[in-house]
Design a protein around this ligand. Structure first.
Ligand SMILES: [Zn+2]
Length: 238
């Protein structure tokens, strides 16, 4: 039995390597499909409802308070995809997000590209992070967002086997490695890309002030257009 499991794991890992070498880039980076398990990049609706999601972090009290204040002033609940290592370093910041009524999601422990990793490492990245999300006091549904949106075979198979929903996005103006845009530019690009059912991704941690200022502008502009903001699980479950 154990030999068979090891054989299957080896075959899946080899297949993943073949896919990477053979040009599986589109599958690896696809935001709307994965080989197993449920993936949501937006929901189909005519209702003007969207989810605001923030990746990475937490990176400390100052960052958390600035983000929380912007959301509280506007009565908006958001979804934070946190890393386990971030929560371990700043448990109080994570708990503050929960206390303020926001949703927490899993963004792995150490933010690796989740391809070509052994299944045991993948399981640890996800399950150890879930544990700290619970310790922060969050008791709702935990969805998963892969760092850089990357996934191939091993990760989707694990997520499917553990009944986790993968949540990507359909609107992103401040990608993980791009900076240098003004808050106005980020807000305008985000609002222009938003439609009913959108999942918006922003990276406001690490002192990224332009993104942080853009949050308020995005909310105000979309509120004027009649949009409502909900958490990812509220969006998915209608
Ligand atoms: Zn990330």
């Amino acid at each position: 039995m154990r030999a068979r499991v090891i054989l299957i794991i080896t075959v899946v890992c080899l297949l993943e390597l073949v896919l990477v070498l053979g040009g599986g880039y589109r599958l690896m980076n696809a935001r709307t499909v994965q080989v197993a398990g449920r993936l949501v990049d937006r929901v189909d609706t005519t209702e003007k409802v969207v989810a605001l999601t923030f990746d990475d972090g937490p990176t400390g009290a100052a960052d958390a308070e600035a983000i929380l204040e912007t959301l509280a002033d506007r009565g908006v609940r958001a979804t934070f995809y946190l890393t386990g290592s971030g929560i371990e370093q700043f448990p109080d910041a994570a708990a503050e997000l929960v206390d303020a009524g926001h949703e927490l999601g899993n963004h792995t422990w150490s933010h690796p590209r989740m391809i070509l990793l052994p299944p045991s490492r993948i399981a640890h990245e996800v399950s150890a992070t879930d544990r700290l999300i619970r310790q922060a006091g969050y008791d709702g549904e935990i969805s998963f967002r892969p760092p850089y949106g990357k996934k191939l075979l091993t990760l989707p198979l694990y997520l499917a086997a553990t009944q986790r929903t993968t949540v990507t996005w359909d609107v992103e103006a401040d990608s993980e490695d791009s900076t240098g845009h003004s808050a106005e530019e980020l807000a305008a690009a985000t609002v222009a890309g938003t439609r009913p059912g959108s999942i918006i991704l922003l990276h406001p941690w690490y002192g990224r002030t332009a993104t942080r200022q853009a949050i308020g502008m995005i909310i105000d502009d979309l509120h004027r257009q009649g949009y409502r903001f909900v958490t990812v699980s509220d969006l998915i479950h209608g």
